[in-house]
Design a protein around this ligand. Structure first.
Ligand code: PEP
Ligand code: MG
Length: 841
């Protein structure tokens, strides 16, 4: 009867059982049956059958029981489509009753039989009769005496004797499990794990192999790897005279599986069973193409395989498992590449809080740069540098950061700010440096003048107190939890090699300093897609020269100061070109508003007055005069290049002189020079003319020709719309999606953090558009810009160099538009390489 019923199916090699009708567990059991493994008889109930039971229909219990020996005990386990969605707990020993207790006592001893019965009474009472768990609290004995106390308590509470009929018991269990799946908390729990609202539950009914009795009996689980690392090693536990997952219980004297110096093992007590188990596990790995946790029972020395589930794993183990399966020829390398979630690489590339560590969470805010670090709190960049000089790791805590803080950030192990979003200054610099960073922590109070940080729970932290910043989760933690080191091992390199073989869009890195460039190379970026030159002026020595330049009153005065900046810039570029060894390097001309380089504090202004030999009032006045209502939309980028052209002239000269110098020793360098914040063709014409002139001058002076490519950074909506006019003057168009997002939404990238989570929670935005490229709006502008640019100049190189370049969803958009490359922070290069490969497979 069962075979004819599509909803209630005996699992045989040919039975119609599928994960989307009967659940993953049923499907997996069928695979094990097909492999001829010693799996006890199993009947699978489909999602439909279980749904009907939940609605009150009585299942055809006779048809189910027909499949099992009249004497057999049964167990029922959940089988949802994706095992990660969970389900009600297993119920064991269904069929136990007074008569069977007597039979079993005769062959396994009364104590053992009582234990089986008691276990069943207990779970039946809780799950089916829905008694309070505390009903049995006072019963301290187990064994025979415990059993009669349990049965009496059951009778007292329910006014019924414990049901003796196996069919009635089974109906009760099936119904309670079917209904548990429909409960609100189960529903919320699985939806949080990605299950659809109508996810179904299947159930599997399996003959119990008791795991207790004569000879060697027991139960356990086995894995062929260490689940923490993914390294090959037999792990798991076995407990004699036990059932279910008893061997994993805390405080039980379980055995190791393989011979082990630390204590007795299954291999010692039952070598044949162990060998058999190992062979079955290896077969399962090979045929199911996955590292499995094998649930098994030994009954009188014989192994039975009850189930196999995917070994639960962290990202580290996940990568090693995939690579080893491919290396063993079990899966193709492409599949190994597909199995790794690119986001999970972030966990491998940085130190992390150990997954098992206790977390004393003070606040949760925007996770702006991944990784975790512990250090002492400092409130100023100067303190950070002093702390680093003492060799003490420190965490820089600021309301927000500005260029003046960059040195302090370099000296810190992590950064925490009150303000800002995913593309604010602290976030961008943090990612560039690979420094864990949390921004927008506005639920904490930043009393930076008083040098106090208040947590929402009332705790107050001062300079020198220890904090941990978990930039992966966005959690600010008190104290020093245990950490897990980064894992850039052979296995990572192998996987990335496979990924690169598939990829069809290039990946470059945004790198401002030689250290960034080196990181970019280590992660095998194919060049630098954005060098933000202004970051080279944050060095305290240079900052002063920069400020002198800004304060220069006349073109000749400015020219004199620029003369001093020139060799510094040239040296920066020579270093970059040398590190990149002939790979493309795209240098963006000066972009930020000049006043960002001026001191904001009174003491800073006094220092500057001293350095420039001016009265403080002069400095104050100039700073005041240069301040803008909306600096991000003011005098910056190409607008500076047009109105104060000497700065770009100096930078172009530094680039070209460095080009000739670096070309002497290796492959000829072909620098790329990029003009930021363009919105009109005329801007490009003006700047291009001057830069071409500088190039010609340098070539004449040095008697040496060289090539360079001049391109435009497309980061205003108008530049996208007018790309057809701009492209003819440009060798490349690189979309700066940070500013483009800011300007398309009219949404300040530095202030959006304050309300972004509310906007995402209310569904106004699906995601933070500074994090995941907005395909509908900003993406449309990218598309228009790319089409119009290509129309006017078919071989123009197209790319994205905003922070989106490292985000898998955004890379998909760029690839679909046929872009040549994306460029992202060096530490995100591996994520980008892997996601690009997955898009191509
Ligand atoms: C951009 O605007 O996307 C960009 C890359 O430049 P920045 O972040 O320096 O403004
Ligand atoms: Mg920009």
């Amino acid at each position: 009867a069962v075979q004819n019923n599509p909803h209630t199916t005996l699992i045989t090699p040919k039975a119609p059982v599928a994960a989307n009708t009967h659940g993953g567990r049923a499907k997996c059991l069928q695979r094990l049956v097909r492999l001829d493994m010693p799996v006890p008889r199993t009947v699978a109930l489909s999602f439909d059958a279980v749904q009907r039971i939940a609605e009150g229909q009585v299942p055809d219990i006779a048809a189910i029981l027909e499949q099992f020996d009249a004497e057999a005990l049964l167990c029922v386990r959940p089988s949802s489509e994706d095992p990660d969605w969970g389900g009600p707990g297993a119920v064991l020993n269904i069929g136990m009753n007074d008569a069977r207790y007597l039979d079993r006592s005769a062959d396994m001893g009364a104590e053992a039989a009582a234990a089986l019965y008691l276990r069943f009474v207990q779970s039946y009472a809780l799950h089916v009769a829905r008694l309070d768990p505390d009903v049995f609290d006072d019963i301290e004995t187990d064994g025979r005496e415990g059993l009669s106390l349990y049965l009496r308590a059951y009778e007292d509470e329910t006014d019924e004797v414990f049901p003796q009929d196996r069919g009635e018991q089974l109906i009760g269990v099936l119904r309670s499990m079917a209904r548990a799946w429909d409960g609100t908390s189960a529903r919320l729990l699985r939806q949080a794990k990605g299950a659809p609202a109508d996810a179904g539950l299947g159930l599997v009914i399996q003959e119990m192999i008791p795991g207790v009795g004569q000879g060697e009996c027991g139960s356990g689980v086995l894995q062929l790897i260490d689940p923490a690392t993914g390294m090959p090693q037999i792990t798991g536990r076995y407990l004699s005279q036990s059932q279910g997952r008893d061997a994993l219980g805390e405080g039980v004297a379980a055995l190791y599986l393989e011979k082990d110096e630390r204590g007795p093992s299954l291999e010692d007590v039952a070598p044949e069973a162990f060998a058999d188990l190992k062979a079955n596990a290896a077969l399962m790995r090979e045929k199911l193409r996955e590292e499995m946790q094998v649930e098994f029972v030994v009954q009188n020395g014989q192994v039975h395989i009850l189930d196999g589930v995917r070994v639960p794993r962290g990202s580290r183990a996940g990568m090693r498992i995939a690579v080893r399966l491919a290396e063993d020829g079990i899966i193709p390398p492409q599949e190994a590449v597909m199995r790794i979630d690119p986001h999970s690489l972030n966990e491998l590339l940085h130190r992390q809080v150990h997954p098992d560590a206790e977390r004393d969470v003070l606040a949760t805010a925007i996770a702006a740069s991944p990784g975790a670090a512990t250090g002492r709190i400092v409130f100023t960049a100067a303190e950070a540098q002093a702390s680093a000089a003492r060799g003490e790791p420190c965490i820089l805590v600021r309301r927000e950061t500005s260029p003046e803080d960059v040195r302090g950030m370099h000296a810190s192990v992590a950064v925490l700010t009150e303000k800002g979003g995913i593309t604010s200054h602290a976030a961008v610099i943090g990612r560039g440096l690979g420094l864990p960073c949390i921004v927008g922590a506005s639920e904490m109070r930043f009393q930076t003048k008083k040098k106090l940080l208040n947590a929402p729970d009332g705790r107050v932290f001062k300079t020198g107190d220890i904090l941990t910043i978990d930039g992966t989760s966005g959690q600010v933690l008190a104290g020093q939890p245990e950490m897990l080191e980064a894992a850039l091992d052979d296995c990572f390199q192998t996987l990335m090699g496979w990924a690169d073989a598939e990829r069809d869009i290039a990946i470059r890195a945004n790198a401002d300093t030689p250290a960034d460039a080196q990181t970019a190379r280590n992660f095998q970026a194919e060049g630098i897609g954005l060098c933000r030159t202004e970051h080279m002026f944050f060095d305290p020595g240079r900052l002063t020269v920069m400020r002198e330049m800004i304060f220069a009153q006349t073109p000749s005065g400015r020219a004199a100061v620029l003369e001093r900046l020139l060799p510094m810039q040239r040296q920066d570029f020579v270093q970059l070109f040398r590190i990149m060894e002939g790979q493309p390097v795209c240098i963006r001309l000066f972009d930020p508003p000049l006043h960002e380089f001026l001191p904001t504090t009174r003491s800073g202004q006094r220092e500057l007055a001293e350095a420039l030999d001016l009265p403080v009032s002069d400095v104050e006045r100039r700073v005041e005069a240069m301040s803008e209502y909306n600096p991000m939309l003011g005098l910056r980028g190409v607008r500076l290049g047009v109105t104060v052209p000497e700065i770009y002239d100096m930078q172009a000269r530094a680039i070209f002189e460095a080009t000739l110098e670096a070309s002497k020793e290796g492959a000829p360098v072909v620098p790329e020079v990029m003009i930021p914040l363009v919105s009109a063709k005329r801007e490009v014409e003006l700047v291009k003319t001057r830069i071409d002139t500088v190039a010609a001058e340098v070539a004449t002076e040095q008697g040496q020709e060289f090539d360079y490519r001049l391109g435009v950074m497309v980061e205003t909506p108008r530049a996208c719309l007018r790309a057809n006019e701009i492209a003819p003057h440009s060798a490349f168009l690189s979309f700066g999606t940070n500013d483009l997002t800011q300007m398309t939404y009219g949404l300040s990238r530095d202030d959006a953090g304050r309300f972004m989570s509310a906007y995402v929670n209310l569904g106004v935005f699906n995601e933070d558009p500074f994090h995941v490229l907005d395909g509908d709006g900003v993406g449309e502008l990218l598309k228009l810009g790319a089409e119009r640019g290509r129309e006017a100049q078919p071989d123009v190189t197209l790319s994205v160099c905003g922070e989106h370049g490292g985000n898998p969803e955004s890379i998909a958009i760029c690839r679909a538009l046929g872009f040549d490359y994306v460029s992202c922070s060096p530490f995100r290069v591996p994520v980008a390489r892997l996601s690009a490969a997955q898009l191509a497979i």
